[in-house]
Design a protein. Sequence first.
Length: 322
Amino acid sequence: MSETLTVSELSVAFRRGGRGTCAVDGLSFAIAPGEVLALVGESGCGKSTVAKAILRLLPRTAQTGGSIVVEGREVTGLSERELTQVRGRKVGIVFQEPISSLNPVVSVGRQVEESLRRHRRMRRREAGAAAVALLEEVGIADPERRAREFPHQLSGGMCQRVMIAIALAGDPRVLVADEPTTALDATVQATILELLRDLVARRGMGLLLITHDLGVVADLADRAIVMYAGRAVEEGDVTELFARPRHPYTRALLAATPTPGGATRARLTEIDGIVPSLAEPATSCSFAERCTRVRADCHRKRPEPARAGRGSVTCLHPWEGS
């Protein structure tokens, strides 16, 4: 099965005042049709930067390296005009906070129409009918009436469905969902995840899911990459990753996840310390200062990815077995 998206040794640094901050450091992955890959980690780990780098939406202060291939086409060197054939058509994106992403003074149906006319070159009447069909596909009841409404008249969950419809307008082969369930209650979150799962299966597209929520990863993803300080520290099948985490950071994240039915007054597990500064190139393990498994060489050597089961781990002293 050929990959729809292949990212190789992606690096992103932001320059300001003569200094640079490395937000993404040597990230590689591939997504096949019908596959869901999750990027998971704490805020600031670089996962949303990856999404913007794929679509070339980073500011001019960003310096990128590596390779991004979409359906066999390298996109890193494309002109802005050539990128219009990729953005929306090959790769669609659903941003965080749908209410703030939608235009408040344009009806939601018209916003879906605009995407259809841009990417599929439809006439207005044809785009109007297609917009209603897309709203129906993403699970919005009475789509003809809802198409005439404005974002403030819809709930957060419905606005997210509209954002998904806009992203689907170009019939992309890869959908990037950046924190698609942020600020949604648990019931609405479950319906959005079910919608994404159904769309992946029905359309056969790849899905890059960006989230900090391990529950979302467990519910939707096939594979996951755990990111820390701009690097992938562990990658593998979700079932194996949750059952046998090898990197101390992955274990710490799982331990910090509240357990349903657990003691209501028990203190939540936390990860001591803070994320290191990314202003200087890492010459040792970035997690060493927070790691309960740290050894002397962790402060001297920079770990490199190594095969572990059906995935990989970037750690000098990973956990073995269960």
